[in-house]
Design a protein around this ligand. Structure first.
Ligand SMILES: Cc1ncc(COP(=O)(O)O)c(C=O)c1O
Length: 445
C-alpha cells in the first residue's frame, strides 16, 4: 500500500502543547448539556456560560480534528465533562495502527467512505496516510475532494444515479467505475463520452463464505455474464477490471482466495487480460464473540491467490470497517434502570444500528464506569448479569436485539463505554425523536 501521510502533509495528530487540567477547555464538548448531579459546571460557575457560547453554527464549522477537544483518557473526559449525551471518542493512534496494517497489502487500499463519512473520522484516515477513497455517490466524492485535494476518488458503486458519472468524470476527473449489467455499462459510457481513459471493473457475486453480512445478492453477476461484460468493456476502449465483495466482517481469508479464483476463471472465459483486480472490503473488526484471524493471514492468502493469476493486474482493496472500527469509542450513559432493563442515551437509531442486522453475531467490547464519589470515574469489574438495553426514543423497537452482560449494580448515571464502534454507527445515526449523537473528542495521542 502506498502511504503518503508522513511526508509533510498537515499532521492532524501532531501533539498539541499539553494543557494543565485547570486550563483544559471545559466547554470542550460543544453543545453538550452537563450532568446536573455534581457536574463540573455546577461546581464552577462560568463554565455553563462558556458552554452556551458555542452555537450550532459554530459546531458545524468546527468539524475536523483540529477543532476537537483533547483528553488523555476516557476517564479524564468523563471526570472533566460528565457528559449526559453520547460522546464519540477518536483515538488517533488506533487509526494509525489500522492503516499501518494495510502496508502489508500488496496493492492500494481505498478507504470505503460509507463506513464512516464523518469529517472527524476522514481526517484521521487521511492523517494515517490513506490517499485513495472508495466513494459511492457524488456527495461522498465532493466531501473527499473538498477536504483533501490530493486524494484520489474511485466511484465503486455498481448503480449510479442518472448524471452522477457525467459529473464524476467531467467535473472531478474520476476514471475508475464499477458495473454489473449492460444497462449500467451503457449509461456509464454515454455519460462519460466513451470508455477511453476509464478503468471499468465488472462486479462478480461471490458465495457467502466466512462473512457475517453478505454483499452479493444485490450486486454482482455470474462469471458467464461478467465475461460478456468484460468483452464489452474492452470494446468500449476502457481498461477492463474485475471486482467483488466477499461480505462484511469476513472471518475467513479463504473467501478471498475463492473469489480471486472466480475472477481468474471469468477472465479466462472472456479471453481478456484484466488490467486491475479490486478485492473489495470485508476485513474484520476486533469485536467480541468473533474469531478474527490475523490480518497477515488475509494478506498472505490474497498474495498467493493473485500470484496464481496468469497476468499480474493492479491490485486494490476497499476496506471500510478495518480502517476505522477500532479508532472510535462512544461514551454512553445509563438514564434509567427498571429491574433488569436499562435505558441508555443512545440506541439503534443512534450508534447501534449494526447490532440489528440479520446474521450479526459480534459484540462491541464494553467498559462500565461509575462516578460514586461524585468525581472520579471508577472502572467496574466485568459484568455477568444480562440486561435488556433500550435506547432513548419512544419506539419499542429501540432496543438492542440481545441482552448485554453488565455489572449487577449498574445504575442511572453510570457510563458504558462502547469500544470499536467506528464502523456503520455514526454513518447510520438518525435524528429520530430529536436524538442525534454528535459530540466528539480526541482521546490519547
Ligand atoms: C462496494 C463496497 N466496498 C467496500 C465496502 C466496505 O466494506 P467493509 O466495511 O466490510 O470493509 C462496502 C460495504 O458495504 C461496499 O459495498
Amino acid at each position: 500500500m502506498k502511504l503518503y501521510g508522513y511526508l509533510g502533509k498537515p499532521d492532524l495528530n501532531a501533539p498539541r502543547a499539553p494543557m494543565a487540567a485547570e486550563t483544559m477547555p471545559d466547554h470542550a464538548i460543544a453543545g453538550l448539556p452537563v450532568d446536573p448531579h455534581g457536574s463540573p459546571a455546577k461546581r464552577r460557575p462560568g463554565l455553563e456560560r462558556r458552554m452556551n457560547q458555542i452555537t450550532p453554527s459554530d459546531r458545524s464549522r468546527l468539524q475536523g480534528a483540529e477543532a476537537l477537544p483533547r483528553f488523555a483518557t476516557v476517564e479524564q473526559l468523563i471526570e472533566q465533562t460528565r457528559p449526559v449525551l453520547p460522546v464519540y471518542c477518536i483515538f488517533p493512534e488506533r487509526f494509525a495502527l489500522a492503516a499501518q496494517r494495510f502496508q502489508d497489502f500488496p496493492g492500494d487500499a481505498l478507504y470505503a467512505v460509507k463506513a464512516n463519512p464523518a469529517p472527524q473520522v476522514l481526517d484521521q484516515v487521511y492523517a494515517a496516510g490513506i490517499r485513495h477513497f472508495d466513494t459511492a455517490s457524488l456527495a461522498e466524492i465532493e466531501l473527499v475532494r473538498r477536504r483533501y485535494p490530493d486524494a484520489r476518488c474511485h466511484f465503486m458503486a455498481p448503480v449510479r444515479i442518472a448524471g452522477a458519472a457525467h459529473a464524476a468524470f467531467h467535473k472531478h476527473g474520476i476514471t475508475d467505475y464499477v458495473v454489473d449489467c449492460d444497462f449500467e455499462l451503457d449509461k456509464l459510457v454515454t455519460e462519460t463520452g466513451g470508455g477511453k481513459g476509464l478503468r471499468i471493473f465488472v462486479r462478480l457475486s461471490t458465495p457467502l463464505g466466512g462473512a457475517l453480512l453478505e454483499l452479493s445478492s444485490k450486486f454482482g453477476t455470474t462469471p458467464e455474464e461478467a465475461a460478456a461484460l468484460l468483452k464489452r468493456v474492452v470494446a468500449s476502449g476502457a481498461e477492463p477490471g474485475l471486482t467483488f465483495h466477499v461480505g462484511s466482517q469476513c472471518l475467513s481469508p479463504f473467501s478471498y482466495a475463492q473469489a480471486i479464483e472466480m475472477a481468474r476463471r471469468t477472465a479466462e472465459l472472456a479471453h481478456v487480460e484484466i488490467a486491475a483486480l479490486d478485492i473489495g472490503g470485508g476485513f474484520p473488526g476486533p469485536y467480541h464473540n468473533n474469531d478474527v484471524p490475523p490480518y497477515r493471514s488475509y494478506f498472505d492468502t490474497i498474495r498467493e491467490a493473485v500470484d496464481a493469476l496468469p497476468h499480474k493486474p493492479d491490485l486494490l482493496c476497499e476496506p471500510g470497517r478495518a480502517l476505522i472500527a477500532e479508532g472510535v469509542s462512544v461514551i454512553t450513559q445509563v438514564v434509567l434502570r427498571k429491574d433488569d432493563k436499562i435505558y441508555l442515551n443512545d440506541g439503534i437509531y443512534g450508534s447501534f444500528d449494526e447490532l440489528t442486522l440479520p446474521g450479526w453475531t459480534a459484540d462491541y467490547p464494553l467498559r462500565v464506569f461509575s462516578v460514586d464519589d461524585g468525581r472520579h470515574p471508577v472502572l467496574q469489574p466485568d459484568g455477568h448479569t444480562p440486561f435488556r438495553v433500550y435506547g432513548p426514543t419512544c419506539d419499542t423497537l429501540d432496543v438492542l436485539p440481545r441482552p448485554l452482560m453488565l455489572p449487577e449494580n449498574i445504575k442511572p448515571g453510570d457510563y458504558i463505554v462502547v469500544d470499536a464502534i467506528g464502523a456503520y454507527s455514526v454513518a447510520l445515526r438518525t435524528t429520530f425523536n430529536g436524538f442525534y449523537p454528535d459530540s466528539w473528542a480526541i482521546v490519547g495521542n
